[in-house]
Design a protein around this ligand. Sequence first.
Ligand code: GN1
Ligand code: MG
Length: 359
Amino acid sequence: DQFCLGGSVKNVELHGNGNVNDTYLLHCDNGKLLNRFTLQRINHEVFKKPEELMENFLRVTSHLSAKISQKRTGKKSLILIKAKDGNSFHKDYKGNYWRVTKFVDGGRSFEIPDNSNQAYEAAKAFGEFQVFLSDLPGKPLIETISNFHNTRMRFDHFKEVVEKNPTGRLLEVEDLVEFAFDHENLVDLIKVSDFPKRVVHNDTKLNNVLLNKTSGEGMCVVDLDTVMPGCSLHDFGDLVRTAACSCLEDEKDLGKVAFSPEIFEAIVKGYLEAAGFMLEENEIKHLAIAPQVITYELGLRFLSDFLEGDRYFKIKRPRHNLDRVRVQFKLLLSMEECIEQSEETVRKLSRFNTHYKYS
Ligand code: GN1
Ligand code: MG
């Protein structure tokens, strides 16, 4: 009732599988047809400045809409529906923040790609997203979560949690903790301050891009809460983490976890086709290693959360976070095995003919 939906709500259902916000699909009757909208409650424990976040959201979606309509490509941007008081959100009596966007018709998201073309299309869409936002006018976007991809801080926090062992769960995960410490070499490889500061998405899981149901082309990038100044490599890396992996992020059967060099190649191709011209040599040099860093970072975050009593990521079962950690660490090993090939792929497809040594 607080939003200008142009009709009455007929049906509300839970939607999607985000780990942080709550998302619902609304069906709304305007007298002639049923319109669909996406309603979200912003998790304000995680996003501590929801009003500034919504200011980012509005600026980003307005800019993207303008770019996309200039190009007339069938691409879409999320579009906010205003609240009746004119704001881009509604704050309820409990202090919860809500927003509504138009439901994007004709798109579909994937948890795991059916084929490498889907990964290519997703990579192109995220690359284009960075390009579109490279001339966002005005002051810098606010940081909706500070140090979001500061792997050093994530590691230090992890270390602290291990030392404190606040819920007594450490004993159960000693092997995983040991694995995490053994990979400390990854911690400082991608420091945001070493790379061009760009407006990036920061949460480029494969399921955060909708592909056109008919043509299969990248259609709309969603989940814009962490769009803020950052480093291109985290976007690239997180797409690889989620798309170039043969299973879900929380798969229980570790036998299914493997990195796919073919999908990696498709992602490099799509991403460079869209954004390659704007990337600097140092960014391209780190494309092959970036997925390892972000996979490790996610492993640290899931493991820290388990040790802290599952307070951050939503869980659907006990030890859900541990399933996630195990997949990340197994995937990391699989990526390590393929690093030479990944380097070769980047060399082959990029305009820089460099070989990079990390340490
Ligand atoms: C969270 O809620 P969702 O799935 O969009 C998290 C990401 C993680 C992801 C792992 C704000 O995103 O950083 O990569 O879970 N978002 C936040 O599935 O922490
Ligand atoms: Mg997200």
